[in-house]
Design a protein. Structure first.
Length: 142
């Protein structure tokens, strides 16, 4: 990635974070020796009258598409994408007590965040591997 391309990517991330509202903290990006490390803010899962059904998901997600994340259970985190889609990251079984309060960290070598390859890190230092991604489709509950 060129120097100008990197700053264009940063500007895109910062401007996209403003569209969500003044209270949503932006995704932060840092590059260390050709590796991208993203600090993604995590919000509690909102209680709405929507039910999210899981469908087959992608193998990888472009890191530039991730706008935020929400806790959805002890073994999964929902990634909110810039195109307003949601993808559920199912975590490895060894991650029972991992706490992702405040934010989580994603690390990518190639700009893609992939299942069965990449991990999520908590602020406490724990690491969980992503087993698979599932697309979430909203269904209105009556």
């Amino acid at each position: 990635m060129t120097f100008a391309g990197f700053f264009g990517f940063i500007a895109m991330l910062l401007s996209a974070g403003e569209a969500e509202g003044p209270s949503a903290p932006p995704v932060r990006v840092m590059t260390v020796e050709r590796q991208m490390i993203l600090r993604v803010p995590v919000r509690p899962f909102p209680r709405m009258k929507l039910r999210w059904e899981e469908e087959k998901g992608p193998k990888c997600i472009p890191v530039g598409a991730i706008a935020g994340a929400m806790l959805s259970g002890p073994d999964s985190i929902d990634m909110v994408l810039r195109n307003r889609q949601r993808v559920r990251a199912k975590l490895d079984r060894d991650c029972e007590g991992l706490d992702f309060y405040g934010s989580l960290y994603l690390q990518s070598d190639d700009g893609q965040f992939c299942a069965r390859r990449d991990s999520i890190r908590s602020r406490m230092g724990g690491t969980c591997r992503i087993e698979k991604f599932r697309m979430l489709v909203p269904k209105v509950e009556r």
